[in-house]
Design a protein. Structure first.
Length: 482
């Protein structure tokens, strides 16, 4: 059995062979008949610290190497990948880039280990002067990385770091292909590509000195590792502008077509430690051997059992929201802000308001006195501060933002009669051009009022939120006919 192993950013084949490779080999030998009889591990060593190298370049080079080494000759569902960290983005880019060749049909399975599927808070720090200094001193001189010291002295892989940043457009585009593909649906399931996600949740590391590592394994966002992603779309464009009428929130793909990928989170493992954990390695071997639905279901149950066994001490669980805001011409809206409020359900009902998740709270006018009486000012300020403190704007594409929510903290803060809403304001920076945001004022996001309502909060997941605004100018503001 041929298995291709992909390392992460700023790592190497040598490094991952010493950690993951040796662990897999030892565990497989120990398993005997329950292991893989003819396991052949291939290590893809790619350049990640060259400022000009893009993810497309890595994917193209990887494809050519796979082809030259005969690893694409096995036919349908013959190729297996085990990927760590940025390696997850590499293999997903490979599938998207060569979808015209149906390369994804050749893949049997992908085991994602601490994957950076939805970013790392360290990426934007890597592009700083501190990041360049680290590359020169640590990678190039102290650790003796010959490639860094001889050729890439002071470079950090700026293009790849852009893709690794929180809320990067690349992560969204890859989701368009493998998770929200309108033509084919998700590429991951038992009959297509069998995928598993293993990650840690131990965030204490030296990295916390330079970046906020809450909700991470020390490097990648734990709630952004998995691929059980949902996308909610809110199009509030005015139908008078020759557009279809606003239909409220909608899922980017039918619920039945959403990916359901087994995921395991171990609280006491960090980004590097997971590579040498023998219990995780045993499950990886089992994942690569999967042949039947019974095997698949058994492995899923084993993952859940190990998660319960290892996670005796509960840790806070997080959810990541990635927002993209565009106008009705599909252009980026980069200057926008979100705010959050908490309201009392009983007081709202006295004013004749019945909150519905996904809809504006104030469906009719009420007095300012009633409005102020219904708003929990103290809790609103507290939650608004917490939620906004974990916001991040992508450094290159400002229409993309990331919000990280401590779900346990949020649920403990809200009482049974509390209603949570969010509002969005946006500016073009020009007095002649405006965005209509009146339908994105105090949108109800919690709690659900019925099973048909969209679910906004789910632990250990990433939710993409796509908002489309009406861009307009007042009559006579730009053109006048005399």
């Amino acid at each position: 059995m041929d298995v291709v192993i992909l390392h992460g950013y700023s790592s190497s084949a040598k490094s991952i062979k010493q950690s993951l490779g040796n662990t897999l080999t030892k565990v497989n030998t120990k398993l005997g008949a329950d292991g893989i009889r003819d396991l052949r591990l291939h290590y893809a060593d790619y350049v990640s610290l060259d400022d000009q190298v893009m993810l497309e370049d890595v994917a193209e080079s990887l494809y050519l190497e796979l082809k030259v080494n005969g690893l694409l000759n096995g036919g349908e569902r013959s190729l297996r990948f085990v990927v760590h960290s940025t390696g997850g983005l590499v293999v997903r880019q490979l599938m998207q880039q060569y979808s015209w060749l149906r390369l994804h049909d050749m893949i049997h399975s992908i085991v994602f280990i601490a994957p950076a599927n939805f970013g790392s808070p360290l990426a934007h720090k890597g592009k700083s002067q501190l990041g360049r200094l680290k590359t020169m001193l640590v990678d190039g001189l102290l650790e003796g990385d010959s490639y860094v010291s001889e050729w890439q002295f002071g470079e950090v892989g700026e293009q790849i770091l852009n893709d690794l940043e929180l809320a990067s457009p690349r992560q969204w585009a890859l989701s368009d292909f493998d998770l929200f593909n309108a033509a084919e649906g998700a590429v991951y399931n038992f009959d297509l590509i069998k995928a598993w996600v293993f990650t840690g949740a131990k965030s204490e590391s030296l990295a916390s000195i330079v970046a906020d590592t809450d909700g991470t394994d020390g490097v990648i966002v734990t709630s952004g590792a998995g691929l059980n992603v949902r996308r909610l779309t809110l199009d509030v464009v005015n139908p008078e502008n020759n557009r279809d009428a606003n239909t409220g929130w909608s899922l980017g793909i039918k619920k039945r077509d959403l990916a359901t990928i087994p995921q395991m989170i171990i609280n006491d493992l960090d980004h590097g430690g997971i590579l040498t954990d023998t219990e995780v390695a045993e499950l990886i071997i089992a994942a690569l051997r999967i042949k039947s639905t019974t095997d698949y279901d058994t492995l899923t149950q084993r993952m859940a059992a190990l998660e319960r066994k290892r996670n005796i001490n509960g840790e806070h669980r997080w959810q990541q929201f990635v927002l993209r805001v565009l106008d009705d011409r599909h252009r980026a809206v980069v200057d926008y802000d979100l705010s959050f409020n908490v309201w009392n359900k009983v007081a709202l009902r006295r004013s004749g308001l019945a909150p519905v998740v996904g809809s504006p709270l104030f469906t009719k006018q009420i007095t300012n006195e009633s409005r102020n009486a219904a708003r929990n000012k103290v809790l609103s300020q507290q939650l608004d501060s917490r939620l906004r403190s974990k916001a991040y704007k992508h450094s290159v594409s400002g229409e993309y933002r990331r919000f990280l929510v401590d779900i346990d903290e949020l649920e403990s803060s809200l009482g049974p009669d509390d209603i949570l809403t969010f509002s969005l304001i946006a500016s073009s920076g020009d007095k002649r051009i405006s965005y209509s945001t009146k339908d994105v004022n105090d949108i109800v996001v919690h709690p659900r009022s019925s099973r048909q309502d969209p679910t906004f909060f789910m632990r250990d997941t990433t939710t993409q939120v796509d908002i489309v605004l009406d861009r307009f100018s007042e009559q006579g503001a730009i053109v006048r006919v005399r």
